[in-house]
Design a protein around this ligand. Structure first.
Ligand code: ADP
Ligand code: MG
Length: 369
């Protein structure tokens, strides 16, 4: 483990970011060849803040989270870059060191609550287990703390539920138990990966509210991963938009919604279900599919699905560029809401690549001529 110099504020508070990720790259060996699932991802997360990671399925969100947690399969993966958790390098940790940080330092909530729970173990025991392992508390103390935790995550009459098994609970209640388990050791960072995707719509909002309340009450940094840009609005301080294993745009949440630059972010935004329609029907999905990451295109990875794309986008991949403020970066030559973007869109309208409503007609990268 490599410790980094602690940075203390004048009042002694720790001012280091909770998490610093630098140039993370994770590659899987697959029968079709090497698949680079995460490529050059860098970000940091400050104390008490909530970060959203948004992108379509296959963008590399889960692999990013699992790389940070070091929760990847051992056999066919190589992961490089720097991941500092409270200043300590996670990439160099042994299995024993990792087991010691899972729970007290960082913990994770996954999409499928049933898959995260042990079907043959009472929920109270599952909540108490981490406490017994990491804090060495007595059975009685662990049970009392489990009751308090179950109550704090909104399980009604926890005394009656604590000895039940997962199958006796509804999906929403199970996810509350999973969150209680994740919170049991008082993690310094919580990562929630699509925590509500398996739940129905009304329960989704309750679970998201619960996570937000816990994050604020505990001043606990949270990474909220979702395919739905609507989920991070109002619940996160900053958002990273991912596509093809890359950060495509990163900005404070309010700035992103007001002043998005990346056509991919705009396309996700246009696909948020509108409130006046039943929320399970998606009004629009982004036409086309993400690239095959074994053999990705050389230029901008979104070019073939982008209504702004020009020839240059096919030839050259844009770097992350600062917008009008340093904490807002994006990866585009023809950004949304700029004269370059407006001209590119107008050219694509004129060529018929985009129709009169501004929708993409031809799903292919623009080529010469
Ligand atoms: P997301 O969470 O954004 O939906 P993932 O991070 O799960 O996407 O996946 C990113 C890419 O990595 C995808 O192309 C996926 O197919 C690939 N991938 C994920 N896990 C594995 C694995 N164990 N072996 C090979 N490829 C994988
Ligand atoms: Mg995922």
């Amino acid at each position: 483990m490599t410790a980094v110099e602690p940075v203390a504020a004048p009042d002694g508070r720790d001012e280091r970011p909770v998490l610093q990720v630098e140039n993370l790259r994770t590659e899987f060996a697959t029968p079709a060849g090497p698949l680079v699932a995460v490529d050059g991802v860098s970000f940091s997360l400050d104390r008490g803040k909530a970060l959203g990671i948004v992108g379509e399925s296959g963008s590399g969100k889960s692999v990013t989270a699992r790389s940070v947690m070091r929760l990847l399969p051992k056999s066919n993966v190589s992961s490089t870059g720097r991941v500092l958790l409270n200043g300590v390098d996670v990439m160099g940790m042994s299995d024993a060191e990792l087991r010691a940080i899972w729970g007290p330092e960082v913990s994770m909530v996954f999409q499928d609550p049933l898959g995260s729970l042990n079907p043959v173990m009472r929920i109270g025991q599952q909540v108490a287990e981490g406490l017994r392992v990491h804090h060495g508390v007595s059975k009685k103390e662990a049970r009392d703390t489990a009751l308090t935790l179950l109550r704090s995550v909104g399980i009604p009459s926890p005394e009656a539920r604590i000895d039940e098994y997962p199958h006796q609970l509804s999906g929403g209640m199970r996810q509350r138990v999973v969150i209680a388990i994740a919170l049991a050791c008082g993690p310094k960072l919580l990562i929630a990966d699509e925590p509500t995707t398996a739940l129905d719509v009304t329960v989704q909002a309750q679970i998201l509210d619960l996570l937000q309340d816990q994050q604020r009450d505990r001043f606990m940094p949270l990474i909220l991963i979702t395919h739905d840009l609507g989920v991070v609005a109002g619940r996160t301080d900053e958002v990273i938009v991912m596509y093809a294993g890359r950060i495509m745009e990163r900005a404070p949440t309010t700035v992103l919604f007001r002043d998005m630059r990346m056509p991919y972010t705009e396309a996700l935004f246009r696909s948020i279900p509108k409130i006046e329609y039943p929320s399970h029907t998606r009004l629009a999905i982004i036409p086309g599919r993400p690239p095959n990451m074994v053999d990705p295109p050389q230029g901008c990875k979104f070019a073939d699905r982008c209504r702004y794309a020009q020839e240059r986008c096919v030839e050259e991949e844009p770097e992350l560029t600062p917008a009008s403020r340093a904490d807002h970066v994006y990866r585009c030559f023809y950004p949304v809401g700029t004269p370059e973007g407006d001209e590119a869109l107008a050219r694509n309208r004129a060529s018929g690549r985009v129709d009169g409503d501004g929708e993409l007609v031809h799903l292919a990268a623009p080529s010469g001529g």
